[in-house]
Design a protein around this ligand. Structure first.
Ligand SMILES: *[C@@H]1O[C@H](CO)[C@@H](O)[C@H](O)[C@H]1NC(C)=O
Ligand SMILES: *[C@@H]1O[C@H](CO)[C@@H](O)[C@H](O)[C@H]1NC(C)=O
Ligand SMILES: *[C@@H]1O[C@H](CO)[C@@H](O)[C@H](O)[C@H]1NC(C)=O
Ligand SMILES: *[C@@H]1O[C@H](CO)[C@@H](O)[C@H](O)[C@H]1NC(C)=O
Ligand SMILES: *[C@@H]1O[C@H](CO)[C@@H](O)[C@H](O)[C@H]1NC(C)=O
Ligand SMILES: *[C@@H]1O[C@H](CO)[C@@H](O)[C@H](O)[C@H]1NC(C)=O
Length: 508
């Protein structure tokens, strides 16, 4: 799939620059062909562009630079195919058709709490997977939920502090899994929901987001669902004078619930005070998917043949768009944001998207975007710093994930002195104004590489060792010779002495 960069001026925010440079050039002694200088650029955030200048005795490009990247690799033997008879088949090697034919049943929803993964199959089968810290699958059980089998529409599983929930159009069920048994309780007073909806629980409050019906907040008391708040079209039209409403997706961060209205844009609600933030609004029509992490927001607008990806930053009562990209022929169903990268989950391929880059300031090679191909992911979730769990329609797999910062390595072939000036534009540096999200850095880092030749070649080294051995042998030989000479001299002396002694005793 191709990502086309839109050559529109979407970025309207003024960029301010902070200059950063070393107080003195750093002096680095190296041995040609032998030692390597290497450093990473964590302190500089995302590097947008770099230039490296050499000023040395030879025109030798001694440094090699790599931009920040993400590694996302399936951890061997962690794939668990739950819904097929082809256990341990490598899914990445199957074609989409194989998969679709092979699995008429499929996982349609999942929820993850700590290291417990709950997967829901369409017919009500629940898979409970427990991972340990390595991570490795520690325990895996299968259960059956008793659900009214009346059109499996909009089925979702969710997790609260100590229970799980299942919901569809017709019913809301609470369940727990203890000692390998599933116990379920029906929550009363659930009213049939028409149309597509989203449902989640947070601190024992249930949020139902339902298209043009708006948002309703519930509580469960003695197994009965009780409505405690409602935000309908009237509230939105009074606050924002919008006459239409279609809430399609949401994102949660800190105190805020961001509500995506396909007709108008993004609203937000403070979930602690339960107040609609009447000042905040993002006017971006036609979007279907939202994701927010560290105030970085991604919205997806789906069109018939392509999708638009809008990336922005939430500032004050709205946002600033950083980038807009067109991704051809993809329907993006879900987004997972890491720190500097985002995974755009679509069918059947997923794109890795690098965040925080501003087109007009960025090395074009970075903007092209990486693609990688995985099949049928429903979503991903981070298990810990290094591992991500990927949920498919037919099973799960663990992925090793590592966000790597930019890196430079320098090594010379020739003996020389080379002053290397690195200029980079980046999102961060030591003296940046941290309260200004659009304060970027232009840094200048000077290194003086003092490169000496090795003392001798390996042939010379061999000769040297040989000569050393010879010299050593000569020294040892000499030493032994001197020793024998001295010894002989002593022995002679003794002999003469003895002779004299015997002669003297004879003369008496
Ligand atoms: C950094 O950005 C400035 C301002 O846009 C530009 O003039 C300069 O060439 C850039 N430097 C590098 C190394 O990209
Ligand atoms: C649901 O499907 C699975 C196979 O995918 C099967 O093992 C299970 O018995 C089914 N449950 C019901 C209630 O039909
Ligand atoms: C697996 O679950 C069983 C029953 O819940 C429990 O007794 C056992 O300790 C678990 N095993 C591991 C490795 O966690
Ligand atoms: C949300 O509301 C609570 C309670 O009124 C308040 O303490 C908190 O500061 C609000 N959060 C934000 C981010 O405004
Ligand atoms: C990146 O840096 C190079 C070298 O300084 C410069 O020629 C180029 O214009 C820069 N590109 C952008 C997009 O700033
Ligand atoms: C840092 O950025 C903030 C927000 O833009 C601005 O108000 C402040 O004056 C800046 N501080 C300095 C020292 O430039």
């Amino acid at each position: 799939m191709f990502i086309l960069t839109q050559f529109l001026l979407v970025f309207s925010q003024e960029i301010t620059w902070t200059n950063y440079s070393f107080a003195f050039p750093q002096f680095i002694p190296l041995i040609a062909d032998k030692t390597v200088f290497s450093r990473t650029f964590e302190d500089f955030g995302q590097i947008l562009n770099i230039s490296i200048e050499y000023n040395g005795d030879y025109e030798e490009s001694i440094c090699n630079f790599e931009y920040q990247s993400i590694v996302f690799r399936k951890h061997p033997e962690t794939l668990i195919a739950l819904i097929n008879d082809m256990q341990y088949v490598d899914i990445d090697n199957l074609k989409t058709e194989d998969i679709e034919q092979g699995f008429s049943e499929e996982i349609i929803s999942y929820t993850i709490k700590n290291r417990d993964v709950i997967l829901l199959e369409k017919n009500g089968t629940i898979y409970h997977l427990q991972y340990n810290v390595v991570p490795k699958l520690a325990n895996y059980t299968t259960h059956q939920l008793q659900i009214i089998q009346d059109g499996y529409e909009n089925q979702i599983v969710l997790a609260d502090n100590d229970s799980y929930y299942y919901v569809d159009q017709h019913q809301l069920i609470q369940f727990t899994i203890k000692n390998d048994t599933l116990e379920q309780f029906k929550i009363l007073n659930w009213k049939k929901v028409n149309g597509h909806f989203k449902f989640f629980v947070r601190e024992q409050l249930f949020y139902l987001i339902n298209g043009n019906q708006g948002l309703t907040v519930y509580k469960v008391l003695n197994n009965v669902l009780i409505k405690i708040n409602e935000y309908d079209i009237e509230i939105f039209s009074k606050s924002f004078s919008n006459t239409k409403l279609n809430l399609v997706d949401y994102a949660l961060e800190d105190d805020f619930l961001y509500l995506l209205d396909q007709e108008n844009g993004v609203y937000r609600l403070n979930v602690t005070s339960m107040n609609l933030d009447r000042k905040f609004f993002i006017a971006q029509k036609g979007c279907k998917v939202i994701s927010v992490r560290n105030k970085q927001i991604i919205l997806i607008q789906q069109n018939q043949l392509f999708s638009e990806v809008y990336e922005g930053r939430i500032i004050d009562d709205g946002w600033v768009i950083i980038r807009m990209r067109t991704i051809s022929k993809l329907i993006i169903r879900n987004i997972y944001q890491f720190n500097n990268f985002a995974l755009l989950i679509s069918n059947p391929t997923n794109n890795v998207y690098q965040k925080s880059l501003i087109d007009s300031l960025t090395d074009p090679s970075l903007i092209k975007g990486d693609n990688f191909y995985q099949m049928e992911l429903l979503g991903v979730s981070e298990l810990d710093e290094n591992f991500v769990i990927g949920i498919y329609r037919y099973g799960v797999a663990i992925y090793f994930k590592q966000e790597r910062s930019a890196q430079i390595t320098c090594q010379a072939r020739l003996s020389q002195q080379n002053r290397v000036t690195i200029r980079l534009n980046s999102t961060n540096c030591l003296n940046k104004n941290q309260s200004d999200a659009f304060n970027y850095c232009q840094s200048r880092l000077d290194y003086v590489f003092d490169i000496h030749g090795v003392l001798m070649s390996s042939q010379q080294e061999d000769l040297y060792i040989y000569l050393c051995v010879v010299a050593f042998s000569i020294v040892v030989g000499l030493f032994l010779a001197i020793f024998f000479i001295i010894r002989r001299y002593q022995m002679k002396k003794e002999m003469i002495y003895n002779l004299r002694k015997s002669r003297r005793s004879l003369s008496y």
